[in-house]
Design a protein around this ligand. Structure first.
Ligand code: NAD
Length: 350
């Protein structure tokens, strides 16, 4: 049976890496019927929105999608398409494995961390009030004037429901992937109610998984720990904003954004995408590294249960990187995006 999968090329350098990823995934032998869905800045004029309803319909129908990055214009009327997709489809887990591959220039070796980031609430909830608005005035009143009168305000909701399901996901992932430890990370010493709730819930969930070690860290300390002794950590579970920042920090530990894959997972829908953005300055140059999106494809094959194909593709990608002959600029080579994909395809056939 062929899988029907939604492919969103995205914008900026997205279409270039998406095309390479599609060709590579086809070369694994897994039979996929691609349904192309256009979203992002490049289609704004055509559809009047960067996220046409048909894109959501396609993902809801097919249940599995892979996407290239999409630009978030700063200060425009549109919120992030990426955030909208995660919220609309309730893709509550953002899963980002961070692994060092031989041949990638990095100050670290043998990093093997998994970031489990809550994807639907926290400061990403989009509940913001402009400075001087009636709403912000009311909140300032409620705060008993602890907030300055000319403030803009963002609300940080953390719910028991969302915290519980993300921590449970982290433990279930740890069991399934034979991991030993889950570390929950917040700033609960300062945000006692919101981040405090996240820790309280995490502790309760942890009690049900006695085979997996559980510990807590504060986000500031965690940044230092990850830079100094990343080998102490295994699966990390975090609210949305801390998860976003730690993801980039960990991408830095493994040698850059060009090789960091990701997945957004809900109860019955999953959307795979690289951690990096649309790198617009390289648009149309066939220059950026397709690996992060190809490795997101590896996560997608695993999710589909195509374990042998996933394993083989990851091995081949790792081989191409370590040989350093046909790799993109960020990995020390001169190959084009499509040439690196061709090399992976050639080796898949060997
Ligand atoms: P970015 O990740 O697009 O790029 C930052 C820099 O990292 C690039 O200039 C480039 O030097 C390097 N880089 C990124 N991807 C690379 C690759 N595949 N190969 C080689 N080098 C690579 O970050 P940005 O410039 O902050 O964001 C650009 C746009 O993308 C913004 O609008 C942002 O909101 C958006 N964004 C989208 C997503 C997503 O679609 N999920 C994620 C992050 C950022």
């Amino acid at each position: 049976m062929n899988y029907k999968i939604t492919l969103i090329p995205g914008d900026g350098t997205g279409p270039e890496i998406a095309e390479s990823t599609r060709r590579v995934l086809d070369a694994t032998g897994v039979k996929i019927d691609w349904e192309i869905a256009e979203a992002g800045c490049d289609v704004l004029e055509k559809y009047g929105t960067p996220l046409p309803e048909d894109v959501l319909k396609s993902i809801r129908r097919n249940k599995v999608a892979i996407k290239g990055p999409i630009t978030t214009p700063i200060g425009s009327g549109f919120r992030s398409v990426n955030v909208a997709l995660r919220k609309e489809l309730d893709l509550y887990t953002c899963l980002r494995p961070c692994k060092t591959y031989k041949g990638v220039k990095s100050k670290y070796e043998n990093i093997d961390l998994v970031i489990v980031r809550e994807n639907t609430e926290d400061l990403y909830a989009g509940v913001e009030f402009e400075a001087g608005s009636e709403e912000s005035k009311k909140i300032i009143e409620l705060s008993k004037n602890k907030i300055r009168i000319d403030s803009a305000i963002s609300i940080k909701p953390i719910s028991k429901f969302a915290s519980e399901r993300i921590v449970r996901f982290a433990f279930e992932y740890a069991i399934k992937h034979k991991r030993k430890k889950v570390t929950a990370i917040t700033k609960a010493n300062i945000m006692k109610f919101t981040d405090g709730l996240f820790f309280t819930v995490a502790r309760e969930v942890a009690k049900k998984y006695s085979g997996i070690e559980y510990e807590e860290r504060l986000i500031d300390n965690m940044c230092m720990q990850l830079v100094q002794k990343p080998e102490l950590y295994d699966v990390l579970v975090l609210p949305n904003l801390y998860g976003d920042i730690i993801s980039d920090l960990c991408a830095g530990l493994i040698g850059g954004l060009g090789i960091a894959p990701g997945a957004n997972i809900g109860n019955d829908i999953a959307l795979f995408e690289p951690v990096h953005g649309s790198a617009p300055k390289y648009k149309g140059m066939n220059k950026v590294n397709p690996t992060a999106m190809i490795l997101s494809g590896v996560l997608m094959l695993e999710y589909l249960g195509e374990k042998a194909a996933a394993k083989k593709l990851e091995r081949v990608v790792s081989e191409v990187i370590s040989e350093k002959k046909v790799v993109t600029y960020d990995l020390g080579g001169t190959a084009k995006t499509s040439e690196m994909a061709d090399e992976i395809i050639k080796k898949l056939g060997d």
